[in-house]
Design a binder for this molecule. Structure first.
Ligand SMILES: O=C(O)c1cc(=O)[nH]c(=O)n1[C@@H]1O[C@H](COP(=O)(O)O)[C@@H](O)[C@H]1O
Length: 274
C-alpha cells in the first residue's frame, strides 16, 4: 500500500492543499433552512460532499456532529467517507481519539483498517495519554498506508495550559513534535505522521518541521490568515494543510456557491511553502 504521505503529496500536487471540514453544526443546518434532525444532517453533509469532494484534495468530517444523532448519524458519516473517497478526495476523520494502547488498537481498527465501515485515509489523535499509547494507530498506518494527525499546538485558547507546560527544557508540544519527527525520519517526499497546529497560535519557538504534514485548523472562522500561516510555519508550510469548516459551509446550500468557496480557499493558500 502506498504510504499516506506519498498519497497526500500527490493530492496536493493535483488539487491543492486546502482541507474542507464537513461539520454539520446545528446553527449551519438552521442557516441552510434545514431542521436539526438526521434527514437534514444527511442532506447537508452529502450536499457538501457533492460540491467539494471532486475539487479539493482532502476533506475532514468532524465525527461529533454525526455522533450526536446516534447510529443513524454514524450511517451518514459512513456515506460521507465513501462518497468523498469515490469523488477522489482523501478523507481525514476528525475524531481526536486517544486511550490506553489496547483501546487505541480498537480505534485503529475502526478508522485505519480499510475493511472497517468507517475506514478512512487518516484520523486525528490526542497524545495526552502518552505518545506511545498511540503506537497501535501508527502501526495500522504503516500496515494500511494511513495517516495520523496528532494534536500539538491546537487553535483554541485553552490549549496552552497543557501544551506549553514544560519538563526541563521541553514543552509538551515539543515532545509530541519530536516523536512525530522520529516517526517520519527518512520518509520521502514526506512522512505519514502529521501534527495539528492551529493557524491562531501566534509566533512559536517550537520547531514545526517534522518531515510530516501539518493540519492547520483555525483558518477563516477562528481568525487565522494566510499571512499568519506563512509567518508561523516558515519552511514547514510546505506541507501545511490549512483547514476551514464554517467559512466554506456558510456558502451553502447552493452546490455551485459551495464549490466556489472551496476553490477560493484553495487559491488563497496555494502560494504557501513556495
Ligand atoms: O483537529 C482539528 O481539526 C482541530 C484542531 C484544533 O486545534 N482546532 C480546531 O478547530 N480543530 C477542528 O477544526 C474545525 C474548525 O472549524 P471552523 O472553525 O469552523 O473552521 C473543527 O472541526 C474543529 O474541531
Amino acid at each position: 500500500m502506498t504510504p499516506f504521505g506519498t498519497r497526500l503529496a500527490h493530492a496536493i500536487e493535483e488539487r491543492g492543499r486546502f482541507c474542507v471540514g464537513i461539520d454539520p453544526h446545528a446553527a449551519l443546518l438552521h442557516e441552510w433552512g434545514l431542521d436539526d434532525d438526521v434527514a437534514s444532517l444527511e442532506r447537508f453533509a452529502l450536499t457538501v460532499v457533492e460540491a467539494v469532494a471532486p475539487v479539493v484534495g482532502i476533506v475532514k468530517p468532524q465525527s461529533a456532529f454525526y455522533e450526536r444523532f446516534g447510529s443513524r448519524g454514524i450511517a451518514v458519516l459512513e456515506r460521507v467517507v465513501e462518497e468523498s473517497r469515490a469523488a477522489g478526495a482523501l478523507v481525514l476523520m476528525d475524531a481526536k481519539r486517544g486511550d490506553i494502547g489496547s483501546t487505541s488498537q480498537a480505534y485503529a481498527d475502526a478508522y485505519l483498517d480499510p475493511t472497517s465501515p468507517l475506514g478512512c485515509d487518516a484520523v486525528t489523535a490526542s497524545p495526552y495519554l502518552g505518545f506511545g499509547s498511540l503506537d497501535p494507530m501508527l502501526e495500522a498506518c504503516r500496515r494500511h498506508g494511513g495517516g495520523l494527525f496528532v494534536l500539538a499546538l491546537t487553535s483554541n485558547k485553552e490549549g496552552p495550559e497543557v501544551q506549553h507546560a514544560r519538563t526541563g527544557d521541553t514543552s509538551v508540544a515539543g515532545t509530541v513534535l519530536a516523536h512525530l519527527r522520529a516517526a517520519n525520519a527518512g520518509a520521502e517526499p514526506v512522512g505519514s505522521f502529521g501534527a495539528v497546529v492551529g493557524a491562531t497560535i501566534g509566533d512559536t519557538e517550537e520547531d514545526l518541521d517534522v518531515n510530516g504534514p501539518l493540519l492547520v485548523p483555525g483558518f477563516g472562522a477562528q481568525g487565522g490568515t494566510v499571512d499568519d500561516m506563512a509567518r508561523i510555519f516558515g519552511r514547514a508550510s510546505r506541507w501545511a494543510l490549512p483547514s476551514s469548516s464554517r467559512d466554506v459551509l456558510r456558502a451553502g446550500p447552493d452546490v455551485g456557491a459551495l464549490r466556489d468557496a472551496a476553490r477560493r480557499g484553495n487559491d488563497a493558500v496555494r502560494g504557501l511553502g513556495a
